[in-house]
Design a protein around this ligand. Structure first.
Ligand SMILES: [Zn+2]
Length: 259
């Protein structure tokens, strides 16, 4: 949450805010790992440069006479940045369309999560920073599948109205992990509703836009699932051995750095 005098402005990492009055952009700086002000001021009294494209055009149903590619720099660490701004000859009519660098929102993961699963999770966060929420959500489904495989839930016994059978479906693998008690009932429901079903829609159904909120739910519940399985890893491994999911539990893989 960031406040400017008299005006409450909520900044999310994916939504840089163009401050017309100051001609600066409030955005997440990846180098500072914080929301900072990116200013157009250079050294001394100079102003950083801009490329101006004079052309009448429409952006979000509003007419503008030019596009500015304006250079900015973080006023904390001096990292450079570029904004695409639509205006009609003056900054007061300016509307920000995009801002580089994109900020990547990381959630903390337990240290013992295997490196390949951490990498898949981080790549989901990376593509989400580009607003590619379909791709990011599909990767989170992959995180779910990989973590179940890694914990021995590859082929499980399923039950259909008393008729037992072997299944490799993700649905039954999630149910088996919950039945063993390594993930909670609440987490099972979220894994189905917010990760598996969303991922299946993306992979198998007709194209549709995936909203940021859908990704954010999947992102959050994937993190919590990993916490269930790796926060108290010793206890989980005892259950996995008792349930014969992992008769020979290997030493936990070296983990990638977490952010
Ligand atoms: Zn910075």
């Amino acid at each position: 949450m960031l406040f400017s005098p008299g005006v409450r402005i909520y900044i999310t990492v994916r939504e840089p805010y163009y401050n017309l009055h100051e001609n600066n952009v409030l955005a997440m700086c990846p180098d500072c790992d914080a929301v900072t002000s990116f200013d157009a001021r250079g050294h001394g009294d100079t102003t950083l440069g801009a490329v101006i494209v004079n052309q009448y055009h429409s952006y979000k149903n509003v007419q503008f006479s030019r596009i500015l590619w304006q250079f900015f720099r973080c006023n904390v660490c001096s990292r450079g940045a570029v904004a695409k701004i639509h205006d009609s000859g003056g900054v007061m009519s300016g509307v920000l369309e995009s801002f580089y660098p994109f900020a990547v929102e990381h959630l903390e993961l337990p240290l013992r999560v295997p490196a390949d699963i951490v990498s898949e999770f981080r790549e989901a966060e990376l593509v989400a920073s580009q607003a590619a929420f379909r791709a990011a959500s599909a990767l989170l489904r992959s995180v779910l599948e990989k973590v179940l495989t890694s914990n021995g839930y590859v082929e499980v016994e399923a039950d259909d109205n008393g008729k037992k059978f072997k299944s490799k479906s993700l649905k039954h693998r999630i149910d088996a992990a919950a039945n063993d008690g390594v993930i909670t009932e609440a987490r099972k429901r979220r894994a189905h509703e917010n990760i598996r079903v969303l991922g299946n829609d993306i992979l198998h159904d007709q194209w549709r836009k995936v909203e940021a909120e859908e990704y954010e739910d999947a992102h959050q519940y994937s993190q919590r699932l990993l916490e269930d399985l790796y926060d108290d890893r010793d206890t989980v491994e005892k259950i996995l051995k008792a349930k014969k999911r992992m008769p020979d539990v290997p030493p936990t893989a070296v983990t990638a750095p977490t952010v």
